[in-house]
Design a binder for this molecule. Structure first.
Ligand SMILES: Nc1ncnc2c1ncn2[C@@H]1O[C@H](COP(=O)(O)OP(=O)(O)O)[C@@H](O)[C@H]1O
Ligand SMILES: [Mg+2]
Length: 365
């Protein structure tokens, strides 16, 4: 039933709160040592799924295996998991050291072993100077480190993180993100990490499971998700600014297939279609801002006139918004390249990096 190389297997999992079905017949296999990110907007069912794995919620149907053991009905403490929440969930009256040791003391672990584990965890997380402080005397980032430490001392097979960085300010968030990645690289435990933040997903994940309304839309490595999104939802969810979407239709022009929108035709040469592209089909062409060449970048390929509408210089990058064939599109260029509003430029789409979606189903074609 389960694969030996899988650390966590979810089979046909359904969960309803009364009449509201949040998860339905969900299957997911997470490999041993994998960093899997569950990504989706608020309310899509990420925490519900994680809480089922943790044993904090009882599924309506289906099974959960951890290390090939059916844990569907096991208590959270018997599942070999450690969980880290957005809210830290530390005991306010206990010192950091007591917070770290609490679960181990309750489990009756010998003192020396507890001391050894706390020393190791606090060294990894660099919280040794904080051991005698109480949570109120810690910054958000330090509290979250302690919360991670509490999972670390338990020596679990699987770490579960539920939006652990969401309460931190932007700078701390990116610092702790790197630390979590380093932690995974050194521990090599299986980690399941819930977030609504696409940057966290792209930077941390071995694979991303992107969810919408309780359904996994695509399960792939970050580069595949980014470059070959399976549908328009995935394409639009990942990437900032969003992929440009142009609605139009396929047409045949002298034997070659083109994408036509508002009377302008774009050659699809170089596009790797997953199925045949019949003329007349209504489609949406998706192109990321960095996959559009401007003026001097063009090397003889097909190009179109566009007018600069707005410029957003961002230091390393410059984002320009242009009017092209009745659409407003964004293009990412080097930070040193500047354009005046109203300037006329030539644009060429890199069709090898583009995406075509059926206008009706919104699936990649
Ligand atoms: N205890 C509950 N009772 C009823 N509905 C719930 C409960 N917990 C969550 N939900 C609903 O289930 C859906 C998924 O919630 P959740 O898994 O927390 O989403 P996410 O973590 O992706 O933001 C939401 O629509 C939420 O309102
Ligand atoms: Mg949640």
């Amino acid at each position: 039933m389960t694969d030996l190389s899988n650390s966590v297997s979810i089979r046909d999992l359904s969960l309803s709160f009364g009449a509201v079905t949040v998860l339905q017949n969900l299957d997911l296999d997470i490999k041993d040592g994998e960093f899997l990110v569950l990504l989706g907007s608020s309310g899509c069912g990420k925490s519900t799924l994680l809480n089922c794995i943790a044993g904090l919620l009882e599924p309506t149907d289906g099974q959960i295996f951890i290390k090939d053991k059916n844990v569907t009905w096991e208590e959270p403490k018997d599942r070999g998991i450690g969980m880290v929440f957005q809210s830290y969930a530390l005991y306010p009256q206990m010192t950091v050291e007591k917070n770290l040791s609490f679960g181990l003391r309750v489990a009756g672990m010998p003192k020396e072993e507890i001391a050894k584990r706390i020393a190791r965890a606090s060294n990894i997380l660099q919280i040794e100077p904080l051991l005698q402080r109480k949570p109120a005397a810690l910054s958000g980032g330090q509290r979250q480190r302690v919360a991670i430490g509490r999972a670390l001392v338990r020596d679990v097979d699987v770490f579960l993180f539920d939006e652990p960085l969401s309460n931190l300010d932007a700078k701390l968030r990116s610092e702790l993100r790197v630390e979590i990645k380093r932690l995974h690289q050194s521990l090599k435990n299986t980690m399941i990490y819930v977030t609504h933040d696409q940057i966290e997903a792209l930077t941390l994940a071995d694979r991303i499971a992107i969810m919408k309304s309780g359904v996994i839309q695509q399960l792939d490595d970050p580069i595949t998700i980014y470059n070959r999104p399976k549908n328009k939802f995935v394409a639009g969810f990942i990437g900032s600014p969003s992929m440009n979407f142009l609605t139009g239709e396929l047409a045949d022009e002298g034997g070659r297939t083109v994408f036509r929108t508002n009377g302008t035709s774009f050659s699809l040469a170089g596009y790797e279609a997953t199925e045949t592209l019949p003329p007349g089909r209504k489609v949406v062409l998706g192109v990321r801002p960095e996959h559009i060449k401007v003026d001097g970048d063009l090397a003889g390929e097909e190009a179109h006139d566009a007018i600069v509408d707005i410029e957003e210089p961002m230091g390393a990058d410059n984002l320009i918004w242009l009017k092209l064939a009745g659409h407003t599109i964004s293009v990412r260029i080097g930070g040193a390249r500047r354009y005046a509003v109203g300037a006329k430029v030539r644009l060429g789409f890199d069709m090898t990096m583009a995406s075509l979606f059926d206008a009706e189903t919104e699936d990649r074609i």
